[in-house]
Design a protein around this ligand. Structure first.
Ligand code: FAD
Ligand code: NAP
Length: 444
């Protein structure tokens, strides 16, 4: 859970699908910042595990938490622990070469029917990777190990199941289009009653989704080897096994729009109808969202992690706050010197661009607070400011625990070697799949 990672980029390296170009933009912005003489990159050090948060405090004036969402939400239904049931987080981590999941070995050869639960963009990524021709995937940096398993996959049909309707699904039109454009993949027609008679009157974002879903694919079910479909208004109820260990089907409780809701609005709510149906499933992927967790030592700094929302409570600018302090001046309830950004600030939603924008706001507010002379981390302990040592103040303690911290140039070396490994295989990069391997090549 709190594994050290020598590498930068978080989900942009280990989550975002390797065929998505926005990765490059984000990485080059990060790299440009990391090369600044005012920036110190420290890889392979897990905060809260290799060094406690209170030990950082004397050496820094401010800490910003941007540690993302390293867990996923569960369904809490019977059978979820059966073999053949994977979380989307582990599956995307596996094909992206995250060492934590390098041994996942999903059994894609077990059968033809895969079910993805949840209708967000991650669910669409999972469906796309399962259904894309492996020769197309070979042009990306999906690991060789994953390509080998995907190449042997027997999956022919993927159902992506949502508990609400087509206009409430969390996916975006770009992700739907990507699936519609996979060669020779047919899309199962969907029930048009999920849309209003005149879709032109829908708000722009929903209208575009409705158009793409209604148009479907050129490939036809009867002529295609592979197909995908969206199932709506079905909430997962139980997963079943044919042999007591491996999933074979999933029962869904049918839902209908609440009488007091507009069924074509994005926020429409649903209620159970009492009916059920069962879908065959040789494997299932739970894709119902990620979740942030507290890290050890947060409470010692006076940070109240909100376990219900899965965020560090913060004001709209990213200042960490104690909500019980109540409203008042702009910085009321601010835990001095502490800030947050990204998914741990807003919850596990948002794309790279929105996450970056939001992080710029958090950075601006630190600068603004500094200029305004508000209290920072060490003001309350009688010291006016930190020791100013930063990493130099804690490095020795980290190293004495046997941890090998990585500098930015260490990462650049790993990067270079990964690209060279990829070139030999005719792909952009072949990632090292374990931290041990990365450290070994650095020390070679
Ligand atoms: C499967 C998936 C696919 C996505 N695809 C796209 C896409 O195609 N396009 C798009 O625009 N957006 C996409 N997104 C969204 C995008 O990835 C996120 O918006 C963004 O990465 C969130 O950034 P973050 O900094 O909050 O978290 P992260 O990217 O998760 O970064 C958190 C960082 O903190 C580090 N960390 C965690 N705990 C500790 C600790 N204790 N000590 C030290 N370091 C720690 C992690 O190693 C990581 O480097 C996708 C998301 C997912 C889950
Ligand atoms: N290409 C891209 O730009 C890209 C790719 C991947 C991810 N992302 C971004 O990353 C963020 C996270 O994506 P995500 O897909 O993990 O999360 P998400 O967008 O929040 O979608 C979660 C899905 O799970 C459903 N769900 C939640 N709890 C459920 C339950 N108990 N039973 C059944 N269904 C349940 C939700 O339905 P309800 O709506 O009914 O709750 C929703 O359909 C999003 O902002 C996404 O846009 C972007």
């Amino acid at each position: 859970m709190y594994e050290q990672l020598p590498t930068p980029y978080g989900l942009v390296r280990y989550g975002v699908a390797p065929d998505h170009p926005e990765v490059k933009n984000c990485q080059s912005t990060f790299a440009a910042v990391a090369r600044s003489p005012n920036f110190t990159y420290i890889g392979n050090v897990c905060i809260g595990v290799d060094i406690s948060l209170p030990r950082l405090k004397p050496h820094y004036d401010a800490l910003l938490f941007a540690y993302g969402a390293s867990r996923d939400k569960v369904l809490g239904i019977p059978g979820e622990e059966l073999r053949g049931v994977y979380s989307a987080r582990e599956f995307v981590g596996w094909y992206n070469g995250l060492s934590e999941f390098s041994d996942l070995a999903p059994d894609l050869g077990r059968g033809a029917e895969a079910v993805v639960i949840g209708q967000g963009n991650v669910a669409m990524d999972v469906a796309r990777i399962l259904l894309s021709p492996v020769d197309v995937l070979r042009q990306t940096d999906i690991t060789e190990k994953a390509l080998e398993v995907l190449g042997r996959s027997r999956v022919r049909s993927v159902k992506v199941v949502g508990r609400r309707g087509a206009l409430q699904a969390a996916f975006t039109v770009k992700e739907v289009r990507e699936l519609m454009h996979i060669q020779d993949l047919a899309f199962e027609r969907i029930d048009t009653s999920l849309f209003p008679p005149d879709i032109k009157k829908l708000p722009r974002v929903q209208r575009r989704i409705a158009e793409v879903l209604q148009k479907g694919t050129e490939a036809r079910i009867q002529n295609s080897e592979k197909r995908w479909g969206l199932e709506f208004l079905k909430a997962p109820k139980a997963m079943h096994a044919s042999d007591s260990t491996h999933i074979s089907s999933i029962t869904f409780a049918h839902q209908a729009f609440s009488p007091d809701t507009d069924p074509f609005s994005k926020s429409a709510s649903v209620v159970p109808t009492g009916e059920e149906s069962t879908l065959p499933a040789d494997m299932a992927f739970r894709s119902v969202g990620y979740k942030s967790a507290s890290i050890p030592g947060l409470d010692e700094l006076g940070v109240p992690f909100d376990t219900k929302l899965g965020i560090i409570p913060n004001d709209p600018y990213g200042r960490v706050i104690t909500p019980s302090a109540g409203p008042g001046s702009l910085t009321a309830g601010h835990v001095s010197g502490l800030y947050c950004a990204g998914w741990v600030k807003r919850g596990p939603t948002g794309v790279i661009a929105s996450t970056m924008e939001d992080a710029f706001t958090s950075a601006d507010v630190i600068a603004c607070d500094w200029e305004s002379d508000v209290p920072f981390l060490n003001t309350d302990s009688g010291e006016d400011r930190s020791t100013g040592l930063g990493w130099a103040g804690i490095r020795e303690e980290v190293v004495s625990k046997g941890v090998r911290p990585l500098s930015w140039s260490d990462w650049e070396r790993i990067d270079e070697l990964e690209v060279a490994r990829g070139q030999k295989l005719g792909k952009p990069r072949e990632k090292f799949e374990s931290v041990r391997e990365m450290l070994k090549v650095l020390d070679a």
